[in-house]
Design a protein. Structure first.
Length: 64
């Protein structure tokens, strides 16, 4: 099955359903990967911030 597309003569005028299916599967896989990355980012943001090591730069002199 193919779908005709009105386009300039320099572009292909049919879309193969097999190729369209492959593109759709790849797009779905990409969305799943991006979703996993987003969840990892959200989970990492929920963790408490690590405590600073040392004291250099952590005390600000506000009376100077």
């Amino acid at each position: 099955m193919s779908i005709s597309v009105n386009s300039p003569s320099s572009m292909p005028t049919t879309i193969d359903s097999g190729s369209s299916l492959k593109v759709a599967v790849r797009a779905k896989e990409q969305q799943q990967v991006e979703g996993k990355m987003a969840l990892q980012l959200i989970e990492a943001a929920q963790l408490p911030a690590p405590q600073p090591v040392g004291n250099s730069g952590h005390n600000v002199n506000t009376t100077a």
